[in-house]
Design a protein around this ligand. Structure first.
Ligand code: C2O
Ligand code: CU
Length: 462
């Protein structure tokens, strides 16, 4: 016999776990318009990151190894169900994808936490083709630091034809000699460049090697998903051109000669493989005192004799053009701060405020955040005039809308379309965009220690 009491209890459990009837009904209703959702289940696993043994407490989506590379199609609906099976609330942010605010994954600002045992359904249609990535937006230093960073490829059927494609997820790990996690940060480093990892990987491997057709054209998609490290890229052993940055084609291709790319950014290279079987092509990080070979490609087979000049340009994404005659300017100053704001964020707090945007250090994710940096009118053009008053570089990321790099005070810039700009010390840069996406959109440094210790704000589009 089902008693009323038992029914109420079942209803309460269904409600708490999020598997209520309403939710099931909605999924059923999607069938006609929405594809089968990709299930992204958070998990705590062991992984092989160092020779000395398995690392415990690694986090991923799925059952084993690196989070999957998610493939979407430009202009086609995508759906994913985040199922949270770790002992910490989480969300997913789809970095660089222009989507509805409700799908943006920022706790409190746009969605509730997804608690342990609960789930959340994401659904959107990516308007832009390119390389993007996904990660939690809750307790990010711990969750991303322990593994929750994955790459997204949004395909475009009109893309030029390559002979092979490889995706590289570049990131570090803070591990001790016993291959176990050590403290994710040191306060004195958080107040400077951020705390570097001790073990460096590409696709969770030390310097992987992939086979590619000799004389062929390879599309290499690289995402920096590390929480701290800025890279300077160089390719040895082959002719290579940058064809896209941060999910958008570059106006003019160029060789990556120590090209600086920060956390959160993506790089796409067209590599013309050498003609000789066995020849190696190496992607290197040449920044700082310890340059590192990140990955190699080995030429195999008889030469395909391709010519990189035959590669048609990538199609531009449908990002609206900023109108500079009517654009309003928003000043934004990045600085250090001495003011310590107490943070009651349950999404993890470092316990320090080191940084500020327009002198306001972000207090963390709370139900009652600070006022937006600016209120923008839907459909109007804006220019963010951003100034870096610190001696460090900051990869500044805007959610929900793509901007165009208009000018820099320190260097010539291409008019790149992007979601993340790596601003150098003493640089002033102007970033133009159309406020065409309603909602609250975060703007923060993607060095996660900076983000979590004050260098975060948001704009409101109404
Ligand atoms: Cu990839 Cu708010 O971040
Ligand atoms: Cu920063």
């Amino acid at each position: 016999m089902i008693t009323r009491r038992a029914l109420l209890k079942t209803a309460a459990i269904a409600g708490a776990s999020g598997f209520g009837l309403a939710a099931i009904g909605r999924i059923g209703g999607w069938a006609a318009t929405t594809p089968e959702p990709v299930v992204l289940r958070t998990a705590k696993i062991q992984a092989n990151l160092m020779d000395v043994g398995q690392t415990r407490d690694v986090l991923t989506y799925g059952n084993a190894g690196m989070p999957p590379v998610i493939r979407m199609k430009k202009g086609e609906p995508f759906a994913a169900r985040l199922v949270n099976a770790i002992d910490d609330p989480t969300t997913i942010h789809w970095h660089g994808i222009r989507l509805p605010n409700k799908m943006d994954g920022v706790p409190f600002l746009v969605q509730p936490y997804v608690y342990t045992g609960d789930h959340f359904d994401y659904a959107f249609t990516p308007p832009d083709a390119g390389t993007f990535w996904y990660h939690p937006h809750c307790n990010t230093l711990e969750q991303m630091g322990h593994g929750l960073t994955g790459v997204i490829v949004v395909e475009n059927p009109n893309d030029p034809k390559f002979d092979a494609e490889f995706v590289l997820n570049l990131r570090d790990w803070r591990l001790g000699d016993d291959a176990q996690f050590i403290d994710q940060f040191r306060p004195r480093d958080a107040a400077r460049t951020g705390t570097y990892g001790t073990v460096r990987t590409a696709n969770w491997l030390d310097q992987p090697q992939y086979d590619a057709p000799a004389g062929g054209l390879v599309r290499l998609r690289v995402a920096i998903t590390d929480v701290t490290r800025i890279y300077a890229f160089r390719v040895d052993g082959a002719e290579a051109d940058v064809i896209a940055l941060d999910g958008n084609p570059v106006p003019q291709r160029f060789a990556p000669d120590a090209l600086l790319i920060g956390p959160g950014q993506r790089l796409e290279l067209a590599v013309r493989m050498p003609d000789n079987e066995g020849a190696l092509v190496t992607l290197r990080d040449v920044r700082g005192t310890k340059p590192k070979a990140l990955a190699t490609l080995r030429a195999v087979g008889a030469s395909l004799k391709r010519d990189s000049r035959d590669l048609a340009p990538l199609e531009a994404n449908p990002v609206p053009e900023v109108d500079l005659t009517t654009a309003q300017h928003i000043s934004l100053a990045l600085s250090a701060t001495a003011e310590n704001v107490p943070s009651d964020s349950i999404c993890g707090s470092l316990g320090y405020s080191f940084w500020a945007i327009n002198k306001v250090p972000w207090p963390g994710d709370t139900p009652d955040p600070t006022a937006p940096l600016a209120e923008l009118k839907l459909g109007k053009s804006y220019v963010i005039d951003m100034e870096n008053l610190t001696p460090q570089s900051h990869p500044m990321h805007l959610h929900g809308m793509s901007f165009k790099v208009l000018s820099s005070s320190t260097r010539p810039v291409q008019p790149l379309i992007s979601d993340t700009y790596l601003i150098q010390p003493n640089e002033k840069v102007s970033l133009g965009f159309v406020a065409d996406n309603p909602g609250d959109w975060l703007l923060h440094c993607h060095i996660i220690e900076h983000q979590k210790s004050g260098m975060t704000s948001y704009v409101r589009v109404v």
